[in-house]
Design a protein around this ligand. Structure first.
Ligand code: XIL
Length: 314
């Protein structure tokens, strides 16, 4: 039977992978599939490498959760996407409410990124997560309001210095199709490159709603690639309003296929990551009321039609 990573690699990609989270690693059946390298050659920690988990108080770093995900991956020769260095969510209050000035906050960003990327060497990193609003303006995070866009170049330079071998990405959502937010991302990457700031890739989260893959998805991947960076689909899921029906599952199957086919068609698209592979551990029901069934495996770890959609896409 054709499997997801086997097919991705046959299509010239580096990996097909999935997010996972520490509490899930106590479920033996889950862990068995997580380590199925015919499906998955890459893992992303859904939470345990975020700022609140790794630097809960200033200068005190805790890597135990992230280390457990890395150990799980290494036991199966899987790659790791570090997620993430700088984001406006899951930030400890000492960062959001510290009242730091520009220089101090930049130094805090520098220390955080270099420590994280230095601890987890040889990885792909979402150095910057979700810097934009949907209209393409910069998000009013504590980082932007205090430093402007300086935090972005500071974080990327710190990451490069900590590990020259790391692949450095900026990752965001609602940049699946062309539009104001994708244009803003492209302009940022252009400017960083013009300034000599290290940037290797654009991560497209791809948290989609059934039936709503943008018609410009492949074109948009190519537009990003034309900037001279890699692209990756970093958090793929396709949610629906529950209950799921045969018709919704059929549309979801097509949607997964469309996304995968677009990555296949764009050589600079290096890989695809699911935002967990099973509905049992999907973030969707907890975040979008009344929605779910977003993953290619159901809550009982049985493959859904969407799995075949991915196979067809490759
Ligand atoms: C989500 C996790 O999956 C949840 O467990 C957590 O409660 C909130 O964050 N975009 C991102 C991810 O970049 O970090 C988010 O992960 C999902 C949206």
């Amino acid at each position: 039977v054709a499997q997801l990573n086997t097919l991705a690699q046959a299509a010239g990609k580096k990996y097909f992978g999935t997010a996972t989270d520490n509490p899930e690693l106590t479920n033996a059946a889950y862990v068995a599939q997580l380590g199925n390298t015919s499906d998955f050659h890459q893992l992303t920690a859904a939470n345990s490498m975020k700022w609140d988990a790794t630097e809960p108080s200033r200068g005190t770093f805790t890597f135990s959760g992230g280390d457990a995900i890395v150990a799980q991956a290494q036991a199966h020769g899987q790659l790791i996407r570090g997620h993430n260095c700088v984001w406006h969510n899951q930030l400890p209050s000492w960062v959001t409410s510290g009242g730091f000035n520009n220089a101090t906050l930049l130094s805090i960003v520098q220390t955080h990124c270099s420590t994280l990327v230095g601890h987890y060497k040889g990885k792909i990193w979402d150095v910057i997560n979700e810097p934009f609003n949907d209209d393409g303006t910069f998000r009013d995070s504590v980082f932007f309001t205090t430093t402007g866009t300086s935090y972005i170049s500071t974080a990327l330079r710190a990451a490069r210095a900590a590990d020259p071998a790391a692949k450095l990405y900026i990752n965001d959502f609602n940049i699946e199709g062309t539009g104001a937010k994708s244009t803003a991302m492209a302009n940022l990457v252009k400017q960083l490159k013009a300034e000599g700031v290290p940037i290797d890739g654009i991560g497209i989260q791809t948290h989609l709603i059934v039936g709503e893959v943008p018609s410009t998805f492949q074109q948009n991947l190519q537009n990003f690639a034309n900037l001279g960076v890699e692209v990756a689909i970093t958090e793929l899921d396709v949610r629906m309003t529950l209950p799921s029906t045969a018709a919704l599952l059929a549309q979801q199957t097509k949607d997964y296929q469309t996304v995968i086919a677009a990555c296949k068609a764009v050589p600079a698209c290096v890989g695809v990551t699911l935002w967990d592979w099973t509905d049992k551990f999907s973030w969707v029901p907890g975040t979008f009321a009344g929605q779910g069934a977003a993953c290619p495996w159901d809550e009982n770890f049985v493959k859904k039609p969407a799995y075949q959609g991915i196979v067809n896409g490759w």
